[in-house]
Design a protein around this ligand. Structure first.
Ligand SMILES: [Zn+2]
Length: 391
């Protein structure tokens, strides 16, 4: 527990239980709270449905000590990872475990008024499938390929999704739930998905989303960096040498994406007379041994590594985690990435730098949307408020 002043609150006691504390005496020892005070905190948490009595622990003589456990079944969060051409949806329990999920490819570029009602309808169907009642929803976590006003649930700037700039997304969920709706950038939620993965070992890491687009989730000292107005980590749109005059899908010219993003690689391979519609197909060809596809992926890794060398030198992360569709060909992609990253960054920052595949692979976005929403609704402050409101 972080150093604190004043007695531990119910929210902090819940955090201990989620970390594995299972008896009242253990909580008393860790927090310094009296037996009465621990009992009051536990009563409050039980009223919220977040904690229950667990198995009876074996006791050396005397009364058996009652144990406590976090009720992962005490509610659900809805997760929606919205992409340009695909959206993934899930209903997750409060431990972030997927209870029901589906995904759908569609024609790229659907407007929010066309897509959002479908998203809400499909989530409602998944809730029925998982036998979840509407009142059980504690939060909705959404990701978009762009920047977002996180707590307001508004898409701010999504250059690749026409019609999505400045759109409030939370109101679409009103027919389904009045739970809070959080919206974040896709690379940010993939970083949040590492909460039960690489973030257990690394407090500072970068999450590279190498997919149709390129993005970076930045975690410093265990906290996700969201920047001044949610536009953090736009690695794909830094200007790079050798891309001068190339038109980017953001409307500018000379961006890293024009030479290294999945969409640009697909154009290049298609320009060579090949039938490829999506970067996932290009990756499949590379894994089948296709020399042109392999070479494009390795070169993308190299170009991204050059830009990432600057970030790594500035932030000194312990790890760079690689996710997104191109990470399915992890060895090919990372060979290029490692080469230029090590050539371009200061040796002291690359010597022990780890390059790692994302923990949840193709479901990182979904797991991350749930994790990001859970971080909020199970935060110490949110739980304290819930306990007060339950009186
Ligand atoms: Zn751009």
């Amino acid at each position: 527990m972080p150093q604190r002043y004043g007695p531990a609150t119910a929210g902090e006691v819940l955090a201990l239980i989620r970390e594995g504390a299972s008896t009242r005496s253990e909580i008393g020892r860790t927090t310094g709270l009296s037996r009465t005070a621990v009992a009051a905190r536990i009563d409050g948490l039980m009223r919220t449905g977040l904690v229950t009595e667990g198995e009876t622990a074996p006791s050396a003589g005397g009364r058996p000590a009652g144990t406590l456990r976090f009720r992962a079944e005490g509610g659900v969060v809805l997760a929606a990872a919205i992409g340009r051409s695909r959206s993934q949806l899930a209903v997750c329990n409060l431990a972030g475990e997927v209870l029901a999920a589906d995904e759908e490819d569609r024609t790229p570029g659907a407007a929010p008024e066309d897509l959002m009602p479908q998203v809400v309808e499909r989530l409602a169907a998944l809730m029925r499938q998982a036998r979840v009642r509407e009142g059980a929803v504690r939060a909705v976590g959404l990701s978009i390929p762009g920047s977002a006003d996180f707590a307001a649930g508004v898409s701010l700037d999504a250059p690749t999704l026409p019609g999505w700039n400045g759109v409030p997304l939370a109101p679409w969920f009103a027919p389904l739930t009045d739970a809070p709706v959080f919206v974040d950038n896709d690379a940010n939620v993939m970083a949040a998905a590492e909460r039960d993965g690489h973030l257990r070992h690394h407090r500072n890491l970068l999450l590279l989303k190498a997919s149709t687009g390129l993005g970076l989730g930045i975690v410093v000292d265990g906290r996700l960096v969201r920047g001044g107005w949610g536009a953090v980590g736009e690695l794909g749109h830094v200007r790079v040498a050798g891309a001068e005059g190339l038109a980017c899908r953001c409307g500018s010219f000379g961006c890293l994406e024009t030479v290294a993003a999945g969409w640009a690689l697909v154009q290049q391979l298609s320009g060579g007379g090949r039938e490829v519609a999506h970067v996932r197909e290009l990756v499949a060809h590379a894994l089948d041994g296709d020399a042109a596809a392999r070479s494009l992926l390795r070169e993308s890794g190299r170009r991204v590594g050059e830009a990432l060398a600057v970030v790594v030198t500035l932030l000194n992360p312990e790890a760079v985690v690689v996710g997104g569709d191109m990470a399915a060909a992890y060895d090919i992609y990372v060979a290029g990435l490692r080469e230029t990253l090590h050539a371009g960054a200061l040796p002291v920052v690359t010597r022990d730098l780890e390059l790692l595949p994302s923990t949840h692979g193709a479901t990182s976005g979904l797991v991350g949307c749930a994790a990001m929403a859970l971080d909020e609704v199970l935060s110490v402050r949110a739980v304290d408020e819930l306990v007060v409101a339950s009186r």
